[in-house]
Design a protein around this ligand. Structure first.
Ligand SMILES: Cc1ncc(COP(=O)(O)O)c(C=O)c1O
Length: 432
C-alpha cells in the first residue's frame, strides 16, 4: 500500500519497536505466497482455487462451523428469529439465557473484563478440565489470544533487559510481541530428533547464559499443542518446565489455543494450570490463553478468547485489571462465542438430538483434521530429503528439509537462511 509521500511521518520517526519487530506473516513469506498464488491462477493443472492465508484459518479451507453455536449467535443478534420458529427449543432457551444474563443488547459495552456470566462459565469449564477451583475474577475475556498476550506483555515488561524464552520453531506471534514491547527474545530450541521435546536442562543452560549477560529472563512462552510442531506435551514434560520456571522465578505464558485437538491414542490434553495447581510447593506465576480461533472452532474472525491468571500477587493482578479496563471490553459477540466454546450442549440440559448433532459435527472436524494431518505428514515423510514428525495435536505440520552442503553454502554466500534460499525464487515448491 502506498498513498504517496505527502505527510511528514517516516519510518524513522515512528515507534522503532514496531518498525524493528519481525513478523514473518507480514513479510517475505506472505509476499512469496502471493506471488505463487498469482502464478497458479493461470495453470490448467490447478483444479481448486488456492487459499492464501497468513494465519491458520480453518474456515477459509472449508471447515464448517458448529451449527448450534452459529444458530445461537444469529438469534442473539436478531431476537426476531426466536419467534420465527426456525430454531429448536435448545437454541431458543440458550439464547434467552444469554439475553437474560447480558442486561443490555449485544451492541452495548459489557463490563471491561467481560460479561460476568461468561467469566463464570469459563471458570466452570476450567474447574472441570483441571479438577481445581477457579475464581471467575481470574478470567479476562479478550479479542483472542493475541490481544491477551499483548496486554499481559504491556504489564510485564520493565525495560529492554527483560528477556522472554521463545520456542524455536515458534508461532511468529511471540517474538513479534516481545520486540514490540521492547524486550528480548531468547530462543530455546525444541528437539526435533526427540519429537520436538522441550528439555529443562537446556532451558537452564540458556537461562544461565543470559543471566550472565545481564538479561533478566522474565518469562517463557510455550505453545501446547505446538504451533507449528504438532507436539503435545506430556504431564511429565510440563512438570519439568514448571520446575524450571519455579526454580528461576520465570513466569509462564501458556498458549493452549489448540487444546481441543489431541490425536495421540489414549491421551488427553493436560494444561499448565493443572500441573501448576498440583504442585503447590513449586508456585509459578501463570498466564494461560485459549480462544475459539483455531482447530475445532476455527472462528478466528470473532476474536473470541480469554486468559486465566494464576498465583498472581494481588497488586500485580490489580495492574492487569487496570490495563484491561483501559482497553475496554472485548468484542461482545466474541464473548458469546467464548461461552459457546466452553459451554456446549449437554445431555443434562439439552435434547438428545441437539447433543448428538453437536458431537457428530465435533467428531467430524477432529477426524478430518487428524486425517489430513496424517496425509500431509506421510506425504512429507515419503519425499526425498524431507522428513516430518508425527502430528500429535493441533493443526500444524513442520517438515524438515535436508539441504545439501552446496545449497547451504550458497545460501550463506547470499546472506539468507538456507530454507529461505531454498524457496526464494518460488521454484522449489512443495504442493500438497
Ligand atoms: C498457537 C497459536 N497461538 C495464537 C494464535 C492467535 O490466536 P488468536 O486468533 O486467538 O489471537 C494462533 C493462530 O493461529 C495460534 O496458532
Amino acid at each position: 500500500m502506498s498513498c504517496g509521500v505527502k505527510g511528514f511521518l517516516r519510518v524513522n520517526n515512528i515507534s522503532q519497536k514496531v518498525a524493528k519487530a519481525e513478523y514473518a506473516l507480514q513479510s517475505f513469506y506472505s509476499a512469496q505466497a502471493k506471488k505463487i498464488q498469482d502464478s497458479l491462477q493461470n495453470q490448467s493443472f490447478v483444479n481448486n482455487p488456492t487459499t492464501l492465508s497468513s494465519h491458520c484459518n480453518p474456515h477459509s479451507y472449508g471447515q464448517n462451523p458448529l451449527s448450534f453455536n452459529r444458530r445461537c449467535i444469529s438469534a442473539i443478534l436478531n431476537p426476531d428469529l426466536l419467534k420465527a420458529k426456525i430454531y429448536n427449543e435448545d437454541v431458543i432457551s440458550r439464547t434467552e439465557y444469554y439475553i437474560s444474563k447480558l442486561g443490555y443488547p449485544l451492541g452495548a459495552y459489557s463490563e471491561d473484563v467481560g460479561y460476568r456470566a461468561v467469566m463464570r462459565n469459563v471458570a466452570n469449564f476450567l474447574e472441570k478440565r483441571d479438577g481445581a477451583a477457579v475464581d471467575p475474577d481470574n478470567i479476562f475475556l479478550t479479542d483472542g489470544v493475541t490481544s491477551g498476550m499483548n496486554m499481559v506483555l504491556r504489564v510485564l515488561v520493565e525495560g529492554p533487559n527483560d528477556g522472554f524464552l521463545i520456542p524455536v520453531p515458534q508461532s511468529p506471534l511471540y517474538g513479534a510481541l516481545t520486540s514490540v514491547h521492547n524486550a528480548q527474545s531468547i530462543p530455546y530450541y525444541l528437539n526435533e530428533d526427540k519429537g520436538w521435546e522441550t528439555n529443562a536442562e537446556s532451558l537452564q543452560k540458556i537461562y544461565n547464559e543470559n543471566k550472565e549477560k545481564g538479561i533478566k529472563v522474565k518469562g517463557i512462552f510455550i505453545s501446547n499443542p505446538g504451533n507449528p510442531t504438532g507436539k503435545v506435551l506430556s504431564k511429565e514434560a510440563i512438570r519439568e518446565i514448571v520446575e524450571f520456571a519455579h526454580k528461576n522465578k520465570v513466569l509462564i505464558l501458556a498458549d493452549e489455543v489448540l487444546q481441543d485437538t489431541i490425536y495421540k491414542d489414549g491421551e488427553s490434553f493436560v494444561s499448565f494450570k493443572k500441573v501448576v495447581n498440583e504442585n503447590p510447593d513449586k508456585p509459578v506465576d501463570l498466564f494461560s490463553f485459549y480462544s475459539a480461533s483455531n482447530a475445532l472452532h476455527g472462528e478466528g474472525g470473532y476474536r473470541a478468547g480469554f486468559f486465566e491468571v494464576y498465583n498472581l500477587d494481588p497488586q500485580v493482578y490489580d495492574q492487569v485489571k487496570k490495563l484491561k479496563t483501559m482497553y475496554v471490553c472485548s468484542n461482545t459477540v466474541g464473548q458469546i462465542m467464548v461461552d459457546l466454546m466452553v459451554n456446549p450442549p449437554t445431555s443434562e440440559r439439552n435434547s438428545a438430538e441437539t447433543v448428538a448433532e453437536y458431537q457428530r459435527e465435533k467428531q467430524d472436524i477432529i477426524n478430518s483434521l487428524k486425517k489430513r494431518g496424517d496425509i500431509i505428514r506421510d506425504c512429507f515423510d515419503n519425499m526425498t530429503n524431507v522428513s516430518c514428525n508425527r502430528i500429535e495435536g493441533g493443526i500444524y505440520a513442520f517438515p524438515r528439509l535436508h539441504l545439501s552442503e552446496r545449497a547451504i553454502k550458497e545460501a550463506k554466500k547470499n546472506n539468507v537462511e538456507p530454507d529461505s534460499f531454498y524457496s526464494s525464487e518460488g521454484k522449489n515448491l512443495i504442493m500438497i
